[in-house]
Design a protein around this ligand. Structure first.
Ligand code: C2E
Ligand code: MG
Ligand code: MG
Length: 390
């Protein structure tokens, strides 16, 4: 792991380099903005250790720069100025989308610095594709299920499987934190999807035993749509698990990966011919949605939650939601609104003509074992939105 320290006080930089080197990391220190920029560009570090007071520039300005460059590594802040400024800078960095993993008061305590660097190292390792492949093999992944329901009539339509990573030292990692990395490598993404499908089929059997027979949706990356044997492999997995093909829905987010339209059309057509359902996820936010809708054999549209959550407040979002609902109806497709958090939104959606909804108002994602209890309460009309798992 490479560490880059930026402090106008060269002695502090040397201390960081010494501590990091002793911990087995590669480390360099710079004292000026120009050298900092250069190192970021030519030799990108996994961690930046950044002082807030820097002479010609300051740490806040540098945070903004890092955010603009979408710097993906960890950031450790340090300051001898005022603990409150350090706290604000930390929140600011996080709000800018940076991974701020520590904020250290000066004078630096070697033990604290060691601790933060160790944490960064374990997070860094946890987010490598090799480590994810190991996690798949060691069963560190798990699925939670979030219901899609219809309010009129009051029925459970399906359950969407959402993957989580229970890392032994880092804790629970949400998919948004490791999927982008998984998507950078096709073999990793394929292994992940294969695990997810297998675990979903297992969960289906468990649910059937509990008396609940309901379709499941799994998310798939457009990255997975390169191998023409995918539909056959899915069919085989369903057959060995005793799950009817019509009870599996693949949710796919449109991305630039759809560009390889020939393979994608081949795979998605065969998925449908084998009886599986096909949903276009996060509709409206992706890459040339309408073209994909015309080209690919989707059976369902999921309206992105950004439009849904806004629909009661924004006339424009409401118009977009209404248009998507009409589009689905005119194309004989099912339509689901995701991200429904309030009764007001659910009522509005009903007025606009969408019956199937998903969101925290109905339930948060939950382990398969929690579904029977949730379902029993929900069927009686109770309000049951279980707390998020941490
Ligand atoms: P998605 O498929 O659009 O899933 C919905 C996401 O929105 C889930 O986040 C869910 O917890 C969250 N959500 C549901 N209802 C609400 C709500 O009312 N309010 C808010 N604020 N959020 C809500 P999660 O589980 O973190 O998943 C994020 C994304 O990661 C998913 O978005 C999906 O694109 C991807 N993903 C999850 N599991 C898998 C998987 O097994 N394979 C692949 N390829 N992608 C997955
Ligand atoms: Mg989805
Ligand atoms: Mg979605």
């Amino acid at each position: 792991m490479r560490v880059l320290a930026f402090d106008d006080d060269a002695a502090v930089g040397r201390l960081v380099v010494r501590v990091a080197t002793l911990a087995g990391m590669e480390a360099t220190a710079v004292t000026e903005a120009e050298a900092f920029e250069r190192s970021l560009r030519t030799d990108p570090p996994q961690v930046v250790v950044l002082d807030l007071q820097l002479g010609d520039t300051d740490g806040v300005e540098q945070l903004r720069r890092l955010a603009m460059q979408h710097y993906p590594g960890g950031v450790v802040l340090m300051s001898g100025f005022d603990a409150r400024v350090l706290g604000t800078a930390r929140v600011l960095g996080q709000s800018l989308g940076l991974k701020v993993v520590g904020a250290l008061e000066k004078p630096l305590l070697v033990a604290e610095l060691e601790q933060v660097l160790e944490l960064v190292q374990s997070v860094g390792q946890s987010l490598s594709t090799e480590r994810l492949l190991k996690a798949i093999a060691c069963n560190e992944l798990l699925l939670e299920f979030q219901p899609v329901v219809s309010r009129q009539p009051h029925t459970l339509k399906k359950l969407e499987a959402l993957v989580r990573w229970q890392h032994p030292s880092v804790g629970r990692i949400p998919p948004g934190d490791f999927l982008p990395m998984a998507e950078s490598d096709t073999a990793t993404m394929d292994a992940l999807t294969e695990w997810v499908v297998g675990a979903a089929v297992d969960a289906y059997r468990e649910l059937v035993k509990l008396g609940i027979s309901v379709p499941l949706a799994v998310n798939m990356s457009a990255q997975n749509l390169h191998d023409l044997s995918l539909p056959d492999r899915l069919e085989q997995r369903l057959r060995t698990g005793g799950m009817p093909a019509r009870h599996l829905c693949l949710e796919i987010t449109e991305t630039a990966a759809f560009e390889n339209a020939v393979n994608t059309m081949d795979i998605l057509s065969r998925v449908r011919l084998k009886g599986m359902e096909l949903s276009i996820d996060d509709f409206g936010t992706g890459y040339s949605s309408l073209k994909m809708l015309r080209l690919m054999p989707f059976s369902e549209i999921k309206i992105d939650r950004s439009f849904v959550s806004d629909a009661t407040k924004s006339r424009d979002s409401r118009a977009i939601v209404k248009s998507i609902i009409d589009l689905a109806a005119n194309m004989d497709m099912a339509c689901v609104a995701e991200g429904v958090e309030t009764e007001e939104t659910a009522d509005l959606l009903e007025q606009l003509g969408v019956r199937d909804i998903q969101g925290f108002l109905i339930a948060r994602p939950m382990p398969v074992a929690a579904i029977p209890t949730w379902l029993a309460i929900w069927m009686q009309g109770g309000s049951v939105a279980p707390r998020a798992q941490t």
